[in-house]
Design a protein around this ligand. Structure first.
Ligand code: NCD
Length: 306
């Protein structure tokens, strides 16, 4: 059985097939509206979410399947002390596939080892978020036409931002990728990303502290929120939360065809005045997230599509 726990669980070929399927779905979603009739998706969310949980549910409903689940640890038996391993053994009797978000890094891996159904990691602590990466890759491929030969700026909380870790790991498999890592010193990428991915694969990258100095060289700017819930104290969060604010003046320094992505939710890091800029792609990105999750469910359930 296949799970999606890390973005590297799919080979580059499998990933390209999945993105091709997502493009076919985007072109004609109705054609796929009965593919999962009789199938159930369980969403096991131990941490808050809007987009990820609802886009998974929308994806399964669009495929003609149904959904069940919980949206906070308080409303599940975790509140009574049940382990993730026990919960997944039970959910395996109720559903055909599940998406799990958990504040503890590695929880979906533990679940997968005891599961009778495919487990999708929908975000584990500050570690990984592979389905956001599928969304990001689909967006870049659709709007830029390629996943290679790109200079990608990642800005904000690169330490705790799990979407950043998964995106770097995935893009590092393509050729001609250059990373520009923009963060305050305290929020730089973790050592395992720098050593095991960037250095190990001899990636071209640099670490800078201001957005202005690098805006003109970027093909993509991936903005992120400072991850308040992962900070040990409120004081540090308050000091760093408004370190970067993308506004019209900074957008004026960028290329005409640079894309702005953001996994959302946004707090202050992108001023609303940027929303109308044709280069702002973050709401389109959310739409692609539904198509790519439809493609993922079909792939993991091994549903034949025409
Ligand atoms: C991200 C997450 O949960 O890591 N959100 C999402 O899934 N779209 C980013 C974030 O919360 O900042």
């Amino acid at each position: 059985m296949k799970h999606l726990l890390s973005p590297l669980d799919l080979s580059v070929n499998e990933l390209n097939d999945l993105l091709d399927l997502a493009d076919r779905i985007a072109a004609d979603p109705k054609k796929f509206s009965k593919c999962c009739e009789g199938k159930k998706l369980a969403t096991l969310f131990y941490e808050p979410s809007t987009r990820t949980r609802l886009s998974f549910e929308a994806a399964m409903l669009n495929l003609g399947g149904s959904v069940l689940g919980f949206s906070s640890a308080d409303s599940s038996s975790a509140a009574k002390g049940e382990s993730v391993s026990d919960t997944i053994r039970v959910i395996s009797c109720y559903a055909d596939i599940c998406a799990m978000r958990h504040p503890k890094e590695g929880a979906p891996m533990v679940a997968a080892s005891k599961s009778g159904i495919p487990v999708i990691n929908a975000g584990d602590g500050g570690h990984q978020h592979p389905t956001q990466t599928l969304t990001d890759l689909m967006t870049i491929r659709a709007l830029k036409g390629r996943l290679s030969n790109l200079t990608i700026g990642l800005c904000g909380d690169l330490k705790f931002g799990r979407t950043v870790h998964s995106l770097i790991e995935s893009l590092a498999r393509y050729t001609g990728i250059r990373f520009v890592l923009i963060s305050p010193p305290e929020l730089r990428v973790p050592d395992y990303i720098r050593e095991d991915v960037l250095d190990e694969k001899h990636m071209e990258y640099k670490e800078v502290e201001t957005l202005e100095e690098v805006m003109p060289e970027l093909d993509i700017l991936y903005m992120t929120r400072v991850q308040r819930e992962r900070f040990f104290n409120e004081e540090d969060y308050v000091r760093m939360k408004d370190f970067y604010i993308l506004d019209k003046a900074k957008m004026a320094l960028a290329r005409e065809d640079m894309l702005v992505l953001h996994p959302l939710p946004r707090v202050n890091e992108i001023s609303v005045e940027v929303d109308d800029d044709p280069r702002a792609a973050y709401f389109k990105q959310a739409q692609y997230g539904v198509y790519v999750r439809m493609a993922l469910i079909l792939t993991l359930l091994e549903v034949e599509t025409c």
